[in-house]
Design a protein. Structure first.
Length: 191
């Protein structure tokens, strides 16, 4: 049991300060806390089976750069900005965008008791179509939607994670949602 477990739960800011001071247990707490979300983020950005490598490299870079973490914003968006950069590096090294895979990292059940199989089938089909259309978006539009809607980041957190202005987050989100509306409305009666 690590020292932090005995002390009790600490917040990200306190853990980051302690990590900056050389406390490896504090950094380990951040790694444990954010490995799964960072992996999900990398997968949703298209890292696919390389997501583990992207996340590992992101945590190594975050540790090396922990002195640069200002603490004025959350640790999660700061880490996600590193994950996003590592994912971009992966895309550049692949020298191709075709075939990028967007896989849902978490499949949540609806929580409805006794769902109608026909409704479940329709919901699965709608989800499949949505994921397919998100996958077809330009990478920059896709990464904004992933941050905003798959990871529930605010506009400010998304801007920080992707290292772009907040206005760019708004415009890319608006443009991407308009494209999705148009693409998903095709063939839907009454849409």
């Amino acid at each position: 049991m690590s020292r932090l477990d005995r002390v009790g739960e600490i917040d990200d800011a306190a853990a980051a300060v302690r990590a900056r001071e050389g406390d490896l247990d504090a950094y380990e707490l951040l790694v444990v806390r954010y490995t799964a979300p960072a992996h999900r983020f990398a997968v949703l950005l298209g890292a696919g089976e390389d997501a583990d490598d992207v996340v590992q490299e992101a945590f190594v870079k975050a540790y090396r750069q922990i002195s640069r973490y200002r603490g004025d914003s959350g640790f999660r968006p700061w880490l996600f900005s590193i994950v996003a950069n590592e994912t971009r590096n992966l895309h550049r090294s692949r020298k191709r965008r075709d075939g990028l895979t967007l896989r849902a990292a978490a499949y949540e059940e609806t929580g409805v008791t006794g769902p109608d199989p026909a409704e479940l089938t329709m919901a699965d089909e709608r989800r499949r179509q949505l994921v397919e259309q998100v996958r077809r978006l330009d990478f920059r539009e896709r990464e904004v939607l992933v941050c905003r809607y798959f990871l529930d980041l605010s506009e400010a957190e998304t801007a920080q994670a992707l290292d772009i202005p907040k206005g760019t987050v708004k415009s890319r989100t608006s443009r991407a949602l308009a494209k999705l509306r148009d693409r998903l409305a095709v063939g839907v009666p009454g849409a």
